[in-house]
Ligand binder design. Structure first.
Ligand code: SF4
Ligand code: SF4
Length: 509
């Protein structure tokens, strides 16, 4: 982990160091299965044919070794590399390439197996997987960002040089108001709230270390502020939500940003719920609650029913945090979200955080995730336009979340009018979340991600998790810069509101 120490020590290093961070227990799951029939005579022609090193001989022998399935790009190889396609090149018709059913069973239509595998690859290596291995730009939800495409100026087969990418700026100013600190983050995203209790302390620490390395932020969520996070306090947003769990003036004073969570897009109108099994003695101590009882955060804040009430809340945050503090209001996306955003502005916040309907871990009920809030791709342009019409757009930072999975989703959200994005699930996919949806069953996630069970959580070390997220952010930043380069833009600010660069596929395209 020497590389990690190097990255985290240089606070504003624009390019934290990536290093190989494989999973300690999992064998990589391949998309394709390559097999040899009894016709194989070990001639070795396929070893020469495949450019991805899938076929190899057993060292020191003429016998074929078991194929390295994870490098195979599948039958599309025939059209992309016709002279190399092993199945056709084999004179004995001895090679089979078939889909791996275990791979295909991963994920869901939003986080497809390809998207999950590409994020895992990025977290392991710090760069995107080979172009033809996975479809990493879109999922298969049949709507939203998955049906949007960019009108690129430069074609896909043109490649930017590293100098081209170095010249593109993706940093983001979080404060456009006349008061509060000027805070610039190096990437146009930060980590969304995941509370102590909903995820493990190791995951919180990993996210905080990565936020520091990339000069961005992560949010505590609403479960309080574990003392282990204090070395990273300049990169942590303190969230205050309706349950007021773990809210202390002391920790609010440490933060550079306080986030008031009015609602969340995955379950608007429902508040929060921590199952009793996950409320371990440590979690309960932090939340000042009784261990192993279910904890509910009500909806809404019963002290806020008007813009004036909201303003009092913002004043309270500034009293606790001091005049330099930035205040963010996290809201879900009801049909009048544009009015909500304007009210947030007049209440005095620096950041409006719109949380649309696609986000949430397995803890959010499906019926809420899929049916209540407005999808984020509708909410962003509605708010952006209304703030423009009110003449206040450039005085407020608009951050979007709710199912932002990769650099393409971020670029689309920004083209629709956001300044930047919040990611949550993508961070936990980096530490090998499989999207199995078992976060709230029994003792929580068996991989130690969405769990506080001491036996489960020891599987993830904060250093390993941090390196995975640092690597992921490196790959995301490269992808985002390449998108800007293909669009002929020099900075992320130039993309904001450029919905003319997007088009939407209809059912027949
Ligand atoms: S199909 Fe192509 S990529 Fe896959 S093993 Fe054969 S030559 Fe290699
Ligand atoms: S792997 Fe863990 S965190 Fe991810 S969905 Fe499953 S239970 Fe939840």
């Amino acid at each position: 982990m020497d590389n990690l120490r190097q990255s985290t020590a240089t606070t504003h290093n624009p390019q934290p160091t990536t290093s190989h961070a494989p999973h300690h227990a999992w064998k990589k799951i391949s998309k394709w299965r390559v097999g040899y029939t009894n016709n194989c005579i070990d001639c070795g022609l396929c070893v020469l044919a495949c450019p991805y090193g899938v076929h190899q001989r057993l060292p020191g022998t003429l016998k074929m070794a078991a194929p390295k399935n994870s490098g195979c790009i599948g039958p599309q190889c025939e059209s992309i590399l016709p002279d190399n396609y092993c199945v056709k090149q084999c004179p004995y018709d001895a090679i089979t390439v078939t889909p791996n059913e275990e791979f295909e069973a991963l994920g869901d239509p939003r986080y497809t197996p390809d998207l999950l595998a590409s994020l895992w690859h990025m977290a392991e290596y710090g760069e995107a997987p080979p172009e033809h291995l996975y479809e990493r730009r879109i999922g298969k939800s049949g709507g939203g960002f998955d049906l949007m495409r960019f009108n690129f100026k430069r074609l896909r087969n043109e490649r930017p040089t590293s100098r081209d990418l170095d010249n593109i700026s993706i940093s983001l100013d979080l404060n456009r108001r006349a008061y509060g600190s000027k805070i610039k983050i190096s990437v146009p995203w930060y980590g969304g709230g995941m509370s102590y209790g909903s995820v493990s302390l190791s995951v919180m620490l990993a996210r905080a270390m990565a936020a520091k390395a990339w000069n961005t932020f992560t949010s505590t969520g609403e479960g309080g502020y574990p003392k282990e996070l204090t070395p990273y306090k300049d990169y942590i947003i303190t969230q205050i939500a309706t349950g007021m769990f773990g809210v202390r003036e002391e920790t609010a004073g440490w933060a550079k940003i306080i986030e008031i969570k009015y609602a969340q897009g995955a379950k608007p109108g429902l508040g929060g719920h921590l199952l009793s099994d996950k409320n371990t003695p440590d979690v309960a101590r932090m939340r000042e609650a009784v261990p192993y009882t279910s904890l509910f955060s009500p909806f809404p804040f019963h002290s806020v029913y008007s813009v004036e009430d909201h303003k009092k809340h913002v004043d309270w945050m500034m009293t606790m945090g001091g005049s330099k503090i930035l205040v963010s209001a996290k809201v879900s996306t009801p049909t009048d979200v544009d009015m909500v955003a304007v009210g947030c502005y007049y209440g005095g916040v620096h950041i409006i955080h719109l949380d649309g309907s696609y986000g949430g871990t397995g803890a959010a009920p499906d019926i809420a995730k899929k049916n209540i809030a407005m999808p984020i791709e509708y909410a962003i342009p509605k708010v952006h336009r209304f703030l423009n019409e009110e003449g206040i757009r450039d005085e407020i930072t608009l951050i979007a979340s709710g199912g932002i999975r990769n650099a393409w989703d971020m670029a689309k959200a920004i083209a629709l009018g956001a300044d930047g994005c919040v990611i949550g699930t993508t961070d936990i996919v980096a530490v090998n979340c499989t999207r199995c949806g078992n976060c709230e069953k029994g003792r929580g996630c068996q991989h130690g991600i969405a769990s506080t069970d001491p036996e489960f959580t020891e599987q993830i070390s904060p250093e390993w998790g941090a390196q995975r997220i640092i690597n992921l952010y490196n790959a995301l930043s490269l992808d985002l810069k390449e998108i800007l380069w293909r669009l002929g833009l020099n900075s992320i600010q130039e993309l904001r509101g450029r919905h003319d660069l997007l088009y939407y596929l209809n059912d027949h395209q």
